[in-house]
Structure formats: C-alpha cells, structure tokens
Design a protein around this ligand. Structure first.
Ligand code: COD
Length: 162
C-alpha cells in the first residue's frame, strides 16, 4: 500500500491545502494530513482545532474521491513520523520559486536522512496566491476571505475572531 504524508501548519487549512489533499488522494492509497505541533510557534488555532477542521475536510475528500485520507499530528522530525506511519513519500505544495527554494533543501535533507522522498504538487493557478498567514491578516483587519477557505473553515475563522 502506498502511503504519503502531507505535512503543514494548517493554521487554518485553505482552499490551496484542500486542492493538494484532493490531488494526492487520487495518487496514493492513503494520505495522512499531518499537522505540525511546534510549541515555540504562536498559532491562531490550537492543534485540536486544526485537527478538527482537517478531519472534516479529509472526510469530504475521502467521500468524493474514494481515497483514504486521515489526519494526524507530529512533533519533532517529519521523517521520524513518516517512518512510524510507514509512509514512503512526503507531499508538498509549491506556489512559487520561493516555495521551491525553501522546500528543495528540506526534500534533499529528508531523503538523505531517511530515504523518504518528496513529491511536489504545483498549486492550482486560482490558489497560487493563497496562504494561511495572509488570510488571517486580511480577516483580522476586517477583509473578506470566504473565497480562499472551505466554508467550514471560514465559519470557524469568523467565530475565532469574533
Ligand atoms: N496551494 C498549494 N499548496 C499550498 C498552498 C496553496 N495555496 N498554501 C500552502 N501550501 C503548501 C505549502 O507549500 C506546504 O507544502 C503545505 O501546503 C503546508 O503549508 P503550511 O503553510 O500550512 O505549513 P508550513 O509550510 O508552515 O509547514 C511546515 C512544516 C511543518 C511542514 C515544516 O516545518 C516541517 O517539515 N517541520 C518538521 C521539522 C523537520 O523535520 N525539520 C527538518 C527538515 S529537513
């Protein structure tokens, strides 16, 4: 069985993340969407909230694609998590040359460390400018962000920001 891990902060998950999850689900028997737990980073959503949002999205993708998408969390080295889960591939989304420069080095290092390879999924053109941090900034300043988020995530963001 081919298992891939799609790691991220997902603070919160966006339409860009959802597109990558959907496309990965079509290519692998199982996709684990793994939310990183990094105690030193300030997040808007707790890890429990991010897992809840991702679990709703994973259920919808599994239902629509017939694939298996589940959600996990990891702390520490990503490749240790991949090995523990029996995953041979890491999935990363690429929006720009900046993403590529950053991700290439990590991909090469992760392969050297563990043999776990990284596959890059190019962002869909309509999602290429979406990032969780920009969406949060716009929403905090009162801007409209519903076009960038799955509806369930949008509702949670509005509730979170009051
Ligand atoms: N369209 C397509 N893809 C997108 C979009 C979009 N609009 N937005 C984001 N993505 C992709 C990103 O490129 C990334 O691949 C993924 O989705 C997650 O994005 P984020 O922003 O939620 O999460 P990041 O990039 O902050 O997550 C960083 C990790 C937690 C994955 C990273 O820090 C990590 O691997 N940490 C583990 C520690 C480790 O092993 N370190 C050693 C590395 S060699």
């Amino acid at each position: 069985m081919s298992t891939a891990v799609f790691p991220g902060s997902f603070d919160p998950p966006t339409n860009g993340h959802l597109d990558v999850i959907t496309r990965a689900a079509a290519a692998f028997d199982e996709v684990i969407v793994a939310a990183g737990v990094n105690q030193s980073k300030q997040r808007l959503f707790s890890v429990e909230e991010r897992v809840e949002m991702l679990t709703e999205l994973a259920a919808a993708v599994s239902a629509s694609t017939g694939g298996t998408v589940r959600v996990g969390t990891f702390e520490g080295l990503l490749v240790d998590y991949c090995r523990a889960e029996g995953a041979g591939v890491i999935i990363k989304g690429l929006r720009s040359g900046g993403d590529y420069d950053y991700e290439l080095q990590m991909a090469q290092m992760n392969r050297k460390l563990s043999g776990v390879d990284t596959l890059f999924v190019p962002a869909a053109p309509e999602n290429g400018y979406i990032s969780s941090s920009l969406v949060k900034e716009i929403a905090k300043l009162g801007g409209e962000v519903s076009a960038f988020l799955p509806p369930s995530v949008h509702a949670r963001l509005l509730a979170k920001l009051g």
